[in-house]
Design a protein around this ligand. Structure first.
Ligand code: MG
Ligand code: MG
Length: 237
């Protein structure tokens, strides 16, 4: 899974470098697919429940599951979340970043990205044997809500291994001390989706793209994280 995680990270790195005003979300898809295949891995998302692409690319008020398109041109000041999965020898890696487009992103958008990434790392910091999924969710939620943003409830993180989505569900909200206890050897994908406005989402007519119902900006960061004997190890760094 470490090897799959490395592939995902390298693909996200080439995508980050390709994000600029005038690029399309299909341009991002193409560099990611080339990177994954050059590394001898397989993309995890393409064909998953019929999803057509290697990446999910979600711009501005799109929360997750946006479909790359030659018609979707990135503009100065946008933010774009990029979610990527890869398979190596039957094991999965899954990670996401949200990237500012150009140099003139609004301070509020910059703050949303910083807080969402910080909430992911707060969740990871709560991972250790004996901690509960409620501890993880509560740690994420506290960081997000302290900044006046909201945690999306309709999508959650997940166990991951020889399938992309395994038990248990890993909510980005919760009550400390509640929920399943973590044990060494478990691997989970923690993936806060954070809206600048209200947490409600809608799915567009394409059947995939989830958007913030109030049209507010949304960000998404994700790591695949192993529970170790002493704490945790991020597999997608
Ligand atoms: Mg993902
Ligand atoms: Mg995931």
């Amino acid at each position: 899974m470490r090897r799959a995680g490395h592939v995902v990270r390298q693909a996200l790195n080439v995508v980050r470098n390709a994000v600029k005003p005038g690029a399309t979300t299909l341009d991002l898809e193409n560099v990611a697919e080339a990177c994954i295949r050059d590394l001898g891995a397989r993309p995890a998302f393409k064909g998953y429940h019929g999803f057509p692409c290697v990446l999910c690319t979600s711009v501005n008020s799109e929360v997750v599951h946006g479909i790359p398109s030659p018609k979707r041109v990135l503009r100065e000041g946008d933010i774009v979340s990029v979610d990527c999965g890869a398979i190596v020898d039957g094991f999965y890696g899954d990670a996401a970043i949200t990237v500012p487009v150009g140099d003139r992103v609004a301070p509020e958008a910059t703050r949303l990205l910083r807080v969402t990434e910080a909430s992911l790392h707060a969740g990871i910091a709560a991972v250790r044997p004996g901690a509960t999924l409620g501890d993880v969710g509560a740690a994420v939620q506290k960081v997000v809500e302290a900044e006046g943003f909201s945690v999306v409830r309709d999508f959650v993180g997940h166990g991951i291994g020889s399938h992309m989505h395994e038990e248990p569900q890993v909510p980005n909200f919760g009550v400390a001390g509640r929920g399943m206890k973590l044990r060494a050897g478990m691997v989970i994908a923690i993936e806060p989706m954070v809206n600048a406005g209200k947490p409600d989402v809608l799915v567009l007519d394409d059947g995939w793209t989830a958007v913030a119902a109030d049209g507010s900006l949304s960000a998404h960061f994700e790591h695949t994280v192993a529970v170790t004997d002493t704490g945790s190890r991020i597999l997608t760094e």
